[in-house]
Ligand binder design. Structure first.
Ligand SMILES: [Zn+2]
Length: 307
């Protein structure tokens, strides 16, 4: 059974201006790398469907969906925060990105795919139920996890987030839902400055200091995530796959190498194999140095596919 690769041309229609790091080329370079490594034909490729309103309403408020619609510009840009803006095509892209997570969940949950990677943008893990922020509009991984719980016979799912930024949106969306465990690693005191240690966060968080490398990360993740997952025993694994902790990525001060991302990819796959019958859906979050993003995301997909 193949690994599914899900994307859509609309994901590149959303753009936030020249020189913005969250750019359309991000998904292109991953596809190009998979092609050059001769991996593309070995994957089951799907176009992402549009997410439905019902699927979005599992994690976002109706008033937020209306607010986004009202902010959509007819031309030019509509600024959401200092780093996040909408162009006229933003919601077309965001609907496909969230729809990719839903399709991936259906394919994996019904055994039509071994696992799946969603090569999508805009990313999602900063989006809360009613706030767009940090380049994110719909929380794609949360939409997928909520779909798994609503439409498939799963009672517990875990979200593993290795983006360098704390997935504050995912954390807060599920903070009162005992069916969802969120395990994160991120750079401490970096955007969104939530640190994951404040308020009622029940996330299983590894907050790493600036300058932290892969060895320290590996030990902390094994000590923190694995006992929690052993106690929780998730039936399906979701991954917020961000590659912006790479040493070449200027958006952060962590110094992970390609091999650290391979280790994280192998770890998430082994967690899925141990607890969840291999059920794993991975969605692209950050990663802004195009060369290391392409290499590490392609290696992630290669590992998922067992190639
Ligand atoms: Zn990030």
């Amino acid at each position: 059974m193949a690994t599914a690769l899900i994307s859509h041309p609309a994901c590149r229609w959303h753009e936030m201006g020249a020189l913005h790091p969250e750019c359309p080329e991000r998904t292109d370079v991953i596809t190009d790398k998979l092609l050059s490594l001769r991996l593309l034909d070995m994957l089951a490729q799907y176009d992402a469907p549009d997410v439905t309103r019902e699927q979005l309403l599992r994690v976002h408020s109706a008033s937020y969906l209306q607010w986004l619609q009202d902010r959509l510009p007819h031309s030019g840009y509509s600024d959401i925060d200092l780093d996040t803006r909408m162009n006229p095509k933003t919601l077309l892209a965001a609907h496909r990105a969230a729809g990719a997570a839903v399709l991936a969940t259906d394919l994996v949950a019904t055994g039509r795919a071994e696992n799946a990677f969603c090569n999508i943008r805009p990313p999602g893990h900063h989006a809360t139920s009613d706030t767009a922020m940090g380049f994110c509009f719909f929380n794609n991984v949360a939409v997928g996890a909520a779909h798994a719980l609503a439409e498939h016979p799963f009672e517990r799912v875990a979200i593993l987030d290795f983006d360098v930024h704390h997935g504050n949106g995912t954390d807060v969306i599920f903070e009162n839902d005992p069916r969802v465990m969120v395990c994160s690693l991120f750079q401490r005191d970096l955007y969104p400055f939530s640190s994951g240690q404040s308020h009622a966060s029940k996330g299983i968080n590894v907050a790493l200091p600036a300058g932290c490398g892969g060895q320290e990360m590996r030990g902390a993740v094994e000590e923190t995530w694995l006992p929690a997952l052993e106690g929780f025993r998730p039936e399906m694994i979701f991954v917020s796959a961000g590659f912006d902790a790479h040493v070449c990525d200027e958006i952060s001060d962590l110094v992970f190498s390609d091999s650290d991302f391979r280790w994280l990819s192998e770890l998430t796959l082994s967690i899925a194999a141990t607890y969840a019958g291999g059920h794993l859906v991975s969605t692209l979050e950050g990663g802004y140095d195009l060369d290391s993003l392409a290499r590490c995301a392609a290696a992630h997909v290669r590992i998922l596919a067992g190639l």
